[in-house]
Design a protein around this ligand. Structure first.
Ligand code: GDP
Length: 596
């Protein structure tokens, strides 16, 4: 399946990243840890890091350039719901989310509930999953969001989308209250969601429902029968024990909330995207939960920056339908691009057309560059813009935390020089991987790691190249900065200086050849040295330049002859030296330059 790049902001909270990628936050955390990044789930990571993690998890992401994209003002679901007068409102089914600790049986419970309805309603059995489904209990419809875990909640909180009316807090009878149980509870409470508790896996021999209830009481969950109001149902997804009771309890809870579950079905639909992908044959496929109004085939729709016309609608049984009422999950075709989960969908011909115009003129496509091509393109642009004398040191930086990356970049920023500069082609967190090596190679960059490891494969790959990719790792920021400084200094052309060594007064010419002369004289100043350059000076004027290719003192070869001594020397050059000339010996010293 080809995927549309998922747009991410420049920084994102780990939990939100998980939601955007459609991957459990635990898996994202695990991937971060695997990459050496110790970010808590409520901590922000930068886009580069997110992109690396996403890529490792098989997702394609792109940096959302919200500043350039045409903006469509999106209200929250509540704003749309408030638009309708009381007289137009009728009851809609409740929408339920399931939350709780990993492995406590959320998926199994959702499947068990779904199967209950399938066996009574359908012959086929297996139906297609579209992100939510509906079941009937006592002639009442209940909609379940089919994404267990925190994702549904997170969506609900971060994107102004409010999807669920009721939550089921799942706690395994054999495991009790765990960290994610507490977190789910906190989110439910913060969202002000009515909820009930499902004690799952009650069929297990080591199930201790009372212990779970006691633990919940310690978390201030006041359960029914324990002095409180929160319904508690003991269930087994395996034996289906308690599933019908659970549905019954949901209907009762929805009745308590019935005032809030009233919307106007006769208005243009508004809903929330609950799933989205691109199918190679069908194009963008999105699942939406209709929250108010009725969605119809042929409707012009707008979702975030994406517009379209509903080409077809399918229900949670995979059946083609023409209309979808409030609280109905549908899968729809006809959007021009895959929208983001959590985005609000609404029917509006005027807005769809306006967006169509804007998007066309804006060539939205150019926002959809992938990370690497973007980095490389930026890199190339810089190359062509740069003045020829500025030499660049291309660096890929990988660090253990964002904090150290910031500290390093802050220090690097201070290094300024007209002839050399540093170009960070990519930065990221965690272990230096094979992908990093390939990117570094493409960008002609060296990899600098701080408090991170190099994977053995990456190391091997880097060494295997004809021009090995340089990888350097550090545990002290100062050392890293120092090394980069030295690398920059190495790029500076050396400083060439001429140093006068001494002078010799020419007293005799022993040989005159086309390309050299052998002369004798007395050193009057300093020294003359083998290999030195000599200026031939006559009447205060330089008339030629040569090189001392042989030097003798008392007929013995010498390296240097000092002031006061006589010397015999072979001077290579134009053979113009005459008696009485002064030979000024000098050597050039090339010295390394520093950035100071
Ligand atoms: P999730 O991570 O909360 O979605 O948990 P799953 O639904 O994937 O269940 C985790 C494990 O517990 C799986 O191996 C299930 O087969 C098992 N499991 C779930 N519900 C039950 C149940 O009611 N009874 C028993 N015996 N096992 C269950």
């Amino acid at each position: 399946m080809t995927e549309t790049p998922i747009q991410l902001p420049s920084t994102i909270v780990v939990r939100d990243l998980a939601t955007k990628l459609g991957i459990p936050v635990t898996a994202v955390s695990a991937e971060l840890i695997k990459n050496g990044v110790m970010a808590a789930i409520n901590q922000e990571i930068d886009f580069d890091t997110a992109a690396i993690i996403a890529e490792d998890l098989g997702k394609v992401v792109t940096l959302a350039s919200s500043d350039e994209a045409p903006t469509v003002v999106t209200q929250s679901i509540e704003d749309y719901l408030r638009e309708d007068p009381a007289t137009t409102l009728v009851a809609r089914p409740p929408v339920v989310v399931v939350a709780g600790h990993v492995d406590h049986g959320k998926t199994s419970l959702l499947d068990a509930i779904r199967e209950t309805s399938v066996t009574t309603g359908e012959a086929g059995g297996i139906t297609q999953k579209i992100g939510a489904y509906q079941v009937t209990k006592n002639d009442r419809l209940i909609t379940f969001i089919d994404t267990p875990g925190h994702e549904a909640f997170t969506q609900m909180r971060t994107r102004g989308a409010k999807v669920a009316d009721v939550a089921i807090l799942v706690v395994a009878a054999d495991d009790g209250v765990k960290p994610q149980t507490k977190e789910a509870l906190r989110i439910i409470t913060e969202a002000g969601l009515p909820f009930l508790v499902a004690i799952t896996k009650i069929d297990k021999p080591d199930a201790t429902a009372d212990k779970v209830k006691k633990e919940l009481a310690e978390e201030s969950v006041l359960l029914e029968g324990w002095g409180g109001q929160v319904p508690v149902i003991e269930v087994s997804a395996k034996t289906k024990q308690g599933v019908e009771d659970l549905l019954e309890a949901i209907v009762l809870l929805a009745d308590v909330e019935s005032d809030k579950l009233r919307v106007n079905p006769d208005r243009p639909a508004v809903g929330t995207i609950i799933e989205s992908h691109v199918d190679p044959k069908q194009g963008p496929v999105a699942s939406a939960l209709v929250q108010t109004g009725t969605l119809r085939v042929g409707d012009d729709i707008v979702v975030g920056q994406v517009w379209g016309k509903v080409r077809s609608l399918k229900n949670d049984h995979g059946q083609i339908i023409k209309t979808a009422l409030p609280s109905t999950p549908v899968q729809l075709l006809g959007l021009k691009a895959a929208p983001q989960v959590g985005d609000i969908l609404r029917v509006s011909t005027a807005e769809a057309q306006e967006l169509k115009k804007k998007v066309k003129s804006h060539q939205l496509g150019h926002h959809l560059k992938t990370v690497v091509s973007k980095t490389l393109a930026a890199h190339k642009e810089d190359e062509s813009d740069e003045k020829p004398e500025v030499k660049k040191l291309f660096i890929m930086l990988k660090t253990d935390t964002l904090g150290s990356a910031e500290a390093i970049l802050e220090s690097l920023k201070k290094i300024e020089h007209p002839e050399v500069s540093i170009e960070i082609v990519q930065r990221g967190l965690g272990i230096i991987s094979e992908a990093d090596v390939l990117r570094a190679e493409a960008a002609n960059a060296a990899i600098y790691g701080f408090n991170v490891q190099v994977s053995p494969k990456a190391d091997q790959l880097a060494r295997s190249k004809n021009q090995p990719i340089i990888i350097k790792t550090f545990t002290v920021i100062y050392d890293l900065i120092d090394t980069i400084t030295s690398e920059l200094e190495a790029l500076l052309p050396p400083q060439i200086e001429r140093q006068e060594l001494g002078r010799l007064n020419v007293l005799a010419i022993f040989r005159n050849e086309h390309t050299f002369q052998v002369v004798g004289g007395k050193v009057t100043d300093g020294e003359v040295a083998l290999g030195a350059t000599v200026d031939v000076v006559r009447n205060g004027q330089k008339v030629a330049t040569g090189t001392i290719s042989q030097l003798q003192q008392n007929k013995q070869n010498a390296k240097t002859v000092s002031s006061g001594s006589e010397a015999g020397l072979k001077v290579e050059g134009q053979s113009v030296v005459a008696v009485g000339d002064t030979l000024v010996a000098s050597k050039t010293i090339s010295s390394k330059r520093t950035l100071q």
